[in-house]
Design a protein. Structure first.
Length: 542
């Protein structure tokens, strides 16, 4: 979960993404760039790594295109989704393992009090104000069309066996940016006393609009509580899918729906799964204090001096969390440091290409997705440990790195145990450089390169029971000055290479393995590997 700090008068933003209670992986991604007013949700389709990759490609392409202020807001939104579509389609066409990967996208570009909405698929955008809740998007699905036409009720649509089918997606076929009946682009005013909620179908399939409205009203004024309560309620209702919410609240929305004269709807007296207790009001005391302050000149003088001090302190306080330099930012992760993100995943969801996510020492039981051009580093190498979270079943990949823009991942330690096993330590799709990474424990693969991926791995330490580095079809790996220690009783070579994969090994230490370092390598390749690396067999010979 994450919240972007807002200046006075600016909207407040919170988001959360969760795998749910049934699925092992999370193919959803939130889309948040508060500086440019970009908010959205992306739901990947394709299973295994393909859905996650489609969502990651879409997120990066959309942020890059919307970061260029060329064209009208409607043109920018339409073009960003079309470009993302064509890039996903291109990548899927080049790799047989990725064919069929797509995603659905719902996003808004907020500027000058106007929402410019771009939508493909069955994600949803709700607008909330004093009049209630209203859906601004239409589902591109057979069941959604029938619901929008009022042929079936919302409850019937939620229970329909074909509710997950969509007839529009991002990535399924090549599209022209000006193609009719592809991207729905609409505009809607957003007043300071309104809010918007973007969500994947993991929320809207679990909770009807009335329940969503009730939860938002109950926690209005506290965006973090809104996001948390919605996800918790979806999971309490079954959590059958990944669920992602992005909540954007106008500065006056909380007062409009929870002000001293606002009466809660009758339905609000019932509790919902995930609801948090609302704070008691203190309106009368606040009014009396405000009158005293206004009438006191000395108070105004003191407040002026205090404001200057607080402004300086606030600047210093905010620097660790996101410091700007030449267009890039350093985003700090620390459970204990004020102004920092407490979870790595939340910081990465807020990061964009060129940013650095710097992690303070600690144990982080989470799996993370690193997108195009984002650098991830442990402030103290080896002091940041990623582990499997208890209670999650299915495949667990600690780090998934996407993108064509190479960016470094350094200093992380990934630890797998028999009780909390990790299937893959680092999965690479695209281009990556990794340094000073430590992997330990039972794993199917320490590092896994998807087809056509490229990796430079330097100065890292492997002590895994399984394949240390697995390079897929047409992948390229350059491994230099790493240490590979044999763990487990099997005879699996530390490195495997798929058809047409290229693996370069230089100045590495392999200890405890047999003579075969790369599975299936030719005799000439074995001799070259032996001459350019140090190989210590189980018996101690070199």
């Amino acid at each position: 979960m994450g919240e972007a700090a807002a200046a006075a008068g600016a909207p407040r933003v919170a988001f959360r993404s969760d795998p749910g209670r049934v699925r092992a992986n999370n193919e959803d991604l939130p889309l948040v760039d508060r500086e440019r007013g970009v908010y959205g949700v992306i739901d990947g389709v394709g299973g295994h790594a393909a859905g996650e990759l489609a969502a990651a490609i879409a997120r990066e392409v959309i942020l890059q295109r919307l970061g260029r202020p060329l064209g009208t807001p409607a043109e920018r939104v339409r073009e960003s989704i079309a470009i993302a579509n064509n890039e996903i389609f291109r990548r899927a066409s080049e790799a047989p393992d990725l064919r069929g990967m797509t995603c659905v996208v719902t996003l808004v570009l907020l500027g000058d009090g106007v929402l410019t909405i771009g939508h493909v698929g069955d994600g949803r955008l709700y607008k909330l104000d004093g009049a209630g809740i209203r859906k601004l998007t239409r589902d591109h699905s057979p069941v959604g069309e029938r619901e929008d036409a009022r042929e079936i009720s919302e409850a019937e649509a939620m229970r329909h066996p074909r509710r997950h089918e969509v007839f529009r997606d991002v990535g399924g076929a090549h599209r022209d940016k000006d193609e009719d009946n592809y991207v729905d682009v609409t505009q809607e005013p957003m007043a300071p006393d309104s809010a918007i909620l973007l969500c994947t179908d993991g929320l809207s399939d679990m909770l009807p609009a009335a329940a969503i409205h009730r939860i938002v009203r109950r926690h209005a004024g506290n965006p973090e509580a809104v996001a948390a309560a919605l996800v918790d309620a979806a999971n309490a209702a079954g959590g059958k899918d990944n669920v992602t919410v992005v909540y954007v609240e106008g500065p006056d929305f909380g007062h409009a729906v929870r002000g001293p004269r606002a009466r809660p709807h009758a339905a609000e007296t019932a509790r919902l799964p995930g609801d948090l207790p609302a704070p008691a009001g203190t309106a009368n005391r606040a009014v009396r204090a405000a009158r005293w302050i206004v009438r006191s000149r000395a108070t105004w003088f003191a407040l002026g001096a205090l404001a200057g001090v607080l402004a300086a302190l606030l600047l210093v306080w905010r620097v660790p969390a996101a410091t700007a330099a030449f267009g890039s930012r350093t985003i700090v992760v620390s459970p204990a440091l004020d102004g920092a993100y407490s979870r790595i995943g939340d910081a990465l969801a807020a990061a964009r290409s060129g940013d650095v996510v710097r992690i303070e020492p600690g144990l982080y039981p989470e799996r993370i997705i690193v997108l195009d051009g984002v650098r991830v580093e442990a402030r103290v190498p080896g002091s940041v440990t990623l582990a499997r979270a208890a209670g999650h079943e299915g495949e667990w990949v600690a780090v998934t790195a996407f993108g064509e823009l190479d960016a470094e991942i350094s200093g992380l330690r990934i630890e797998s145990t028999a009780e909390l096993p990790i299937d893959v330590g680092l999965r690479v799709a695209g281009h990556r450089t990794m340094r000073l990474v430590e992997l330990a424990g039972p794993m199917r693969a320490g590092v896994e390169l998807l087809p056509a991926a490229a990796l430079t791995l330097h100065g890292s330490h492997f002590a895994v029971a399984g394949t240390a580095v697995a390079a897929g079809d047409r992948a390229e790996a350059v491994l230099t000055r790493n240490v590979f220690l044999k763990r487990g009783r099997g005879q699996t070579p530390p490195v495997s290479a798929g058809p047409q994969a290229t693996v370069t090994l230089r100045d590495n230490l392999f200890a405890g393995f047999g003579a075969e370092i790369v599975g299936g390598a030719s005799e000439a390749a074995k001799q070259q590997i032996a001459s350019e690396n140090v190989i210590v067999t189980a018996g101690g010979s070199k």
